[in-house]
Design a protein around this ligand. Structure first.
Ligand code: URA
Length: 208
């Protein structure tokens, strides 16, 4: 495991103040070529401890299939490692629903991702979706503008939990942002774009 239990415990104490539950470890080899960074686990993932094993996971597995790689070949992690939830209302009272993590939750778990990136030193970082993109790069562009292109950039590391302040790393990392796999669930018209992005990524892997 790349991250100490002590660090995880500290981060989990910080996130305990918010409506988050469970914990899913990052999964993959210690020196992966690619590190996929998602948003946060959902109900299915915290139930079985496997990242991307719910609805979005089916699309994620299709990504891997198109890349001709398996889960054993890549590292899979996320911005927040617990499931942020909200309570349903009315007839859904008492039920929990997944939600996007807020900035405090992202900062609470930020040292875990920082440690993973440092330990794994992946050749390519693949943030999937806006949350992961914002976490690593500090910007929230439309994903349409940034997906499917390779670039190199310093990434953000949490500098201070109290101030929720990040600093950029001294070194640059190669990045290739993708849409979040769940994006297809909401917008089928993205499928063609995603397909071509994955083809590009596959090319990169074949020349690695
Ligand atoms: N979304 C993520 O970012 N990670 C998961 O494991 C599931 C959905």
């Amino acid at each position: 495991m790349m991250v100490s239990e002590e660090l995880i415990e500290r981060c989990n104490q910080r996130i305990a103040a918010y409506d988050c539950e469970g914990f899913v470890y990052g999964q993959g080899p210690s020196r992966p070529v690619i590190m996929f960074v998602g948003e946060a686990p959902g109900e299915t993932e915290i139930h079985n401890g496997k990242p991307f094993s719910g609805r979005a996971g089916r699309y994620f597995d299709a990504f891997l299939e198109q890349l001709h790689v398996t889960r054993e070949d890549v590292y899979i992690t996320s911005t927040v490692r617990s499931r942020p939830y909200k309570w349903g209302k009315g007839k859904n009272a008492g039920k929990k629903y997944n939600r996007t993590p807020n900035q405090k939750e992202i900062a609470a778990h930020a040292p875990i991702l920082d440690a993973e990136i440092e330990a794994a030193r992946p050749k390519l970082l693949v943030p999937m979706g806006r949350t992961a993109y914002w976490r690593l790069l500090g910007e929230s562009p439309q994903m349409t503008e940034v997906t499917g292109s390779f670039f190199s950039s310093p990434i953000r590391r949490l500098e201070s939990w109290e101030k929720r302040m990040y600093l950029f790393t001294d070194t640059s990392y190669p990045l290739f942002p993708l849409y979040h796999p769940a994006a297809v669930l909401y917008n089928r018209s993205l499928e063609a774009d995603i397909y071509s992005h994955l083809e590009k990524l596959k090319q990169y892997l074949s020349t690695d």
